[in-house]
Design a protein around this ligand. Structure first.
Ligand code: PEP
Ligand code: MN
Length: 337
């Protein structure tokens, strides 16, 4: 349910209404706009007498929200959410490019790639330390040692860092990580989502391999309903019957999400296509479709990468993508900063 408060109402009266709602055992999401304040009610609103609320002097109107997601719903928060990561903003017309290797492999590798992607124009650095591999016999990532190297790369380059968390038992080790990624395979790990909801660290929530947009938004709702408003969605391709690409990049999800949610949405063309030569065209397509950023895998020696070499760009190829994306951004009214 959404209660729209009339313009210029006394704060004490608005507070009284909010306290009354909370007294009914409901959560409250407040969005202060220029012309009105929107109070979103979260929980079982069947107990709320909608006619009674409508008659209050301070209330402009009241509507029921049919969608099961509330906090992430654009109806609750009409303006785009802008999420600040170390001075780099996601959403609201800002555009970010996250780049780096699939996995951290050594100190030299992560520092070299970090320097290269920074020079090419990336604004944040990615690198996996805990890797969710399909086979238990594949490289599983460097774990906590990898996180230490990634933090070193952050210290040397000044770039905020993005890395995947697979288990709540590692939360303490992620101190100093700027964005915690929840991978496709963990999109519905609800216990992990609830734990991350207790933090304020921005969460990059990737779309599950076979998740509908609504299931994805419900996972974001798990994080937000626990109190963490800093959720960035990442479209990374879904499983279809197509086999010529690793996944099928669902760019149509972007305008759909734009309408449904106020959260920023970025695109991962590397995991979606799985083939490095397709990363550039789909990066440009993502910009055209309205994405708020990209996350791209870059490796200094793709043929010898321990993970996802086939989809990784060399730094010079990545620089070319950044150059073309930068030319497109003014067309969609966005800025790389
Ligand atoms: C990754 O970003 O390295 C990764 C494993 O992504 P996804 O969860 O989208 O497969
Ligand atoms: Mn990867």
């Amino acid at each position: 349910m959404i209660v729209v408060i009339k313009k210029n109402q006394e704060k004490t009266q608005v507070d009284n209404l909010i306290n009354w709602i909370k007294g009914l055992g409901l959560g409250v999401h407040i969005s202060e706009g220029e012309n009105s304040t929107i109070v979103g009610l979260v929980g079982d609103t069947s107990k709320v007498d909608i006619d009674l609320v409508r008659t209050l002097d301070i209330v402009e109107n009241v509507t029921r929200v049919q969608e099961p997601y509330k906090n992430v719903n654009r109806k609750f928060h009409p303006q785009d959410s802008v999420i600040d990561v170390g001075g780099h903003k996601f959403g609201g017309g800002h555009f970010q490019i996250i780049a780096g290797p699939c996995s951290i492999e050594s100190e030299k590798q992560i520092i070299d790639v970090a320097d290269a992607v920074k020079r090419a124009g990336a604004t944040l650095l990615r690198g996996g330390a805990f890797k969710p591999r399909t086979s238990p016999y594949s490289f599983q990532g460097m774990g906590v040692d990898g996180l230490k190297l990634l933090k070193k790369a952050k210290a040397e380059t000044g770039m905020p860092i993005v890395t995947e968390i697979m288990s709540e038992e590692h939360i303490d080790d992620f101190e100093g990580v700027d964005v915690m990624q929840v991978g496709a395979r963990n999109m519905q790990n609800f216990d992990l989502l609830k734990k991350l909801g207790k933090l304020k660290t921005p969460i990059l929530l990737k779309r599950g391999i076979a998740a509908t947009v609504e299931e994805w938004l419900m996972s974001a709702e798990y994080i937000m309903s626990e109190g963490n408003p800093n959720v960035i969605l990442c479209e990374r391709g879904i499983r279809t019957y197509e086999t010529y690409t690793r996944n099928t990049l669902d760019l149509s999800a972007i305008p759909v999400l734009r309408e449904r949610t106020h959260l920023p949405v970025i695109v991962d063309p590397s995991h979606a296509l799985g083939i490095s030569r397709f990363v550039k065209p789909m990066s440009l397509a993502a910009v055209g479709a309205g994405a708020d950023g990209l996350i791209i895998e870059v490796h200094n020696d793709p043929p010898h990468a321990l993970c996802d070499g086939a989809q990784s760009l060399r730094p010079d190829q990545f620089a070319d993508v950044v150059g073309c994306v930068s030319k497109m951004l003014p067309v969609v009214d966005k800025e790389l900063d």
